[in-house]
Ligand binder design. Structure first.
Ligand code: ATP
Length: 361
């Protein structure tokens, strides 16, 4: 018998619906680990806007240290509109974690789940299965807290694209496409940019083309960001992996989430060479917090991504199987077409959705 491998998971529930969707997800992971040849060792850590209000610290050093030491980080949501730093900016420890842990690849899959109503009437919308890879450490966000306002007359934020940042990002996107191709996807990476206008974007594209040459079995193409916004509505089923700058990815990944049923359906991973953080794409949703109405699907699917990522890093195949089981249980829960989250006009809340997934595990 092989020894069971143990994985430390730092859980950061955060604010608003963050703890609600995390509480719905962790028991599913515990169930998957039960009797499996791996164990998951969860530890919860404070942080977020409410913690800032109470203590003056949005991301305690002890939380950061635990996140840095863990094998993976499972994150709920942090932030609250009325609680802000003195300069008026929102509390966003998730951005600090991205910067400090060098989580450069924001992986945002959008897959149409069977049985979930979609905003596009075209039957081909059921084939939507794409991933936006958003650069997460530079781009326009490099200007965060560094932009300047000159004499109340002019404001400037600067886009930063580096060769090193682009090379590692593009390589990540090509490796992801390779992996997806093995699972039956097209094997294509689309570089989304504005290379016709900005030097920074022409440079991003140039580095993309250079890296593409190293992955000859993967098709590499380009799409301007405005055309991509259009085609994500007109024919989103044509895309496989899209790789893009930080701000473009921020916008396009929300658009992609809307195509498959809303923020509660959209998982994400923020991945670097040494760390991985997994969280739903949505925020703390103050408008529905505390009402049991949050859809936990995005968090559950993020947890499946976490298991898959841990499998890839550790070589523990059972983790990849657990990821697949969890994803399939989510699919099966929705496939009948009767499970309907509040955000899609239904009456199934956090508990009902988590229970439906659990009963399909
Ligand atoms: P952030 O900037 O922190 O990402 P946001 O301002 O984009 O947050 P969200 O908190 O994601 O906003 O909420 C946007 C809308 O989506 C709200 O109306 C919210 O109720 C809804 N929403 C977000 N997440 C969910 C969820 N899991 N289930 C149901 N509705 C959700």
């Amino acid at each position: 018998m092989t020894a069971s491998r143990s994985f430390g998971i730092a859980v950061l529930p955060g604010d608003g619906i963050g703890p609600e969707v995390i509480d719905a997800t962790v028991p599913l992971l515990e169930r998957l680990a039960h009797g499996a040849p791996f164990s998951l060792d969860f530890s919860a850590h404070p942080g977020g806007a409410l913690h800032y209000k109470a203590t003056g610290d949005a991301l305690p050093e002890a939380t950061f240290a635990a996140a840095g030491k863990a094998d993976a980080i499972l994150f709920g949501a942090m932030g609250w509109p009325e609680i802000r730093y003195a300069d008026g900016t929102e509390i966003a420890p998730q951005l600090d974690l991205r910067e400090r842990l060098d989580l450069y690849a924001g992986v945002r899959p959008a897959r149409a789940l069977p049985g979930v109503p979609l905003p596009l009437a075209d039957p081909r919308a059921r084939d939507i299965d794409l991933v936006v890879v958003r650069e997460s450490t530079e781009g326009l966000f490099a200007s965060r807290r560094k932009g300047e306002i000159i004499d109340d007359r002019e404001a400037r934020d600067t886009m930063v694209i580096t060769r090193a940042g682009s090379e590692r990002l593009h390589d990540f996107a090509f490796r992801l496409a390779q992996r997806r191709k093995r699972r039956g996807h097209a094997g294509r990476v689309t570089c989304v940019d504005k290379a016709n206008v900005f030097r920074s974007m022409a440079f991003f594209r140039k580095v993309f083309d250079e890296r593409a040459a190293r992955f000859p079995e993967i098709e590499a193409d380009h799409h301007y960001v405005d055309a991509t916004a259009l085609d994500l509505i007109r024919k989103p089923w044509i895309f496989d992996v899209l790789v893009t700058e930080n701000m473009f990815g921020d916008i396009l990944s929300d658009q992609a989430a809307a195509l498959v049923g809303g923020m509660g359906m959209a998982p994400s991973g923020d991945i670097g060479d040494d760390h991985g953080l997994f969280q739903p794409c949505h925020g703390s949703a103050p408008d529905i917090a505390g009402q049991g109405k949050a859809n936990p699907t995005a968090t559950i699917l993020s947890a499946a991504m976490m298991l898959d990522w841990l499998a890839d890093r550790s070589g523990v195949e059972a983790l990849a199987q657990a990821a697949l089981r969890l994803e399939r249980a989510v699919d099966a829960a929705f496939a009948g077409g009767t499970l309907r989250p509040y955000e899609l006009g239904g009456r199934d809340g956090t508990r009902a959705i988590a229970d439906a997934v659990a009963s399909n595990l």
